[in-house]
Design a protein around this ligand. Structure first.
Ligand SMILES: [Mn+2]
Length: 347
């Protein structure tokens, strides 16, 4: 059985909506399902597994119609879906009863149900959220039936408010594949048949790195899986380790190089290390350089502590330095030292 595992599309989400690339991001998120359908066709996938949060909220009828159109373009692929915590099956939402196509199977029950496809000898199991939170660990005691069918589980959750999961236990549940959703970072659990697909497009600037889906093939005795990048855009973290020599011009040069090397990406600049106390990073100027979504300045001013002690013998500044500049100082103490000195010196 060949499958594509993609979830957490969050159709309807509009990341970075206030920024100049907000419209582009909204289009990428809305178009991800179409690109997954193309992949299913080129891969001749038997099943498209969507473990929840296809939509960003209980979907509107127009969003269901758009999804149904995308699914209608599938040539050989049937779709199995569960509803997640974002697109939970609320009473006033059409999702649970909407006809998404004869090749689409929403496991809409709040308790476990399954759909069996005889031609590929595969049974897909799962349950849907009917509310925003499920705090019970519903998957921990689960075991797959012991028959000749290929058994696949769709599961959504993994934090304390959304079905906490004991992964080592779930991995031993006997399913031939466990398609996880909810966490937007892709993760293949080594040595198991279990993965989070992540979202096909990043949904937040904290979603650093490539996004896509998994393509795999499973039989009762074999298992292969491959990661496929698919996102139009990725958030890229540019970590700059600064020291006392850093200047604004050098910083901007570094960011410009990164922007030129990755013109379709969005850059988060993280400045770490130390800087000249006389230099304050002009984060606004860096944001103006192009597709920079955020500048995080975590640098500390590099004070010459010996010189300060000599200049401030006996006053509060030397007292403060002696209190915090101990050989066993923690990173927090180091930060407190810099912040306090910055305040005391009026920088
Ligand atoms: Mn979720």
């Amino acid at each position: 059985m060949r499958f594509v595992h993609a979830g957490d599309f969050h159709i309807g989400a509009t990341p970075e909506s206030g920024r100049q690339w907000g419209k582009e991001r909204a289009i990428s998120v809305a178009g991800a399902l179409g690109r997954i359908v193309d992949l299913c066709n080129s891969e001749k996938a038997d099943l498209l597994l969507i473990p929840g949060d296809l939509f960003n909220a209980p979907p509107l009828t127009k969003e269901l119609k758009e999804a149904a159109y995308s699914f209608s373009r599938l040539e050989n692929t049937r779709v199995v879906i569960i509803a997640g915590n974002h697109d939970y099956l609320s009473e006033d939402c059409a999702y649970g009863s909407f006809d998404l196509g004869e090749n689409v199977f929403l496991l809409s029950s709040e308790s476990f149900s399954s759909v069996y496809f005889e031609d590929i000898n595969t049974e897909v199991h799962g349950l849907s959220y009917h509310k925003k939170e499920i705090r019970e660990p519903l998957y921990d005691e689960l075991t797959a039936p012991t028959d000749d069918r290929i058994h696949v589980l769709l599961a959504h959750g993994g934090d304390s408010l959304h079905v906490p999961i004991k992964y080592s236990q779930l991995a031993k549940s006997g399913f031939d594949y466990i398609a996880l959703g909810h966490i937007h970072q892709p993760k293949l659990f080594k040595g198991t048949h279990m993965a989070y697909c992540g979202s096909p497009e990043p949904l937040d600037r904290t979603d650093i790195g490539a996004r896509g889906c998994f393509v795999g093939e499973v039989t009762k005795s074999t298992f292969t899986i491959m990661w496929r990048p698919l996102a139009k855009t990725q958030y890229r973290l540019l970590e700059i380790n600064s020291d006392i020599t850093l200047t604004q011009a050098a910083l901007e040069e570094c960011v410009k190089e990164e922007l030129a090397a990755h013109p379709s990406d969005l850059i988060v600049v993280l400045l770490e290390g130390s800087r000249d106390p006389a230099y304050t990073v002009d984060t606004e100027a860096v944001l103006q350089l192009g597709r920079v979504v955020e500048v995080i300045d975590s640098t500390n001013p590099e004070y010459d502590l010996e010189q300060l002690l000599a200049d401030h013998d006996g006053d509060i500044i030397s007292y403060y330095i002696n209190m915090l500049d101990t050989p066993d100082k923690t990173p927090e103490m180091k930060k407190a030292l810099y912040f306090g000195l910055s305040a005391l010196l009026g920088d």
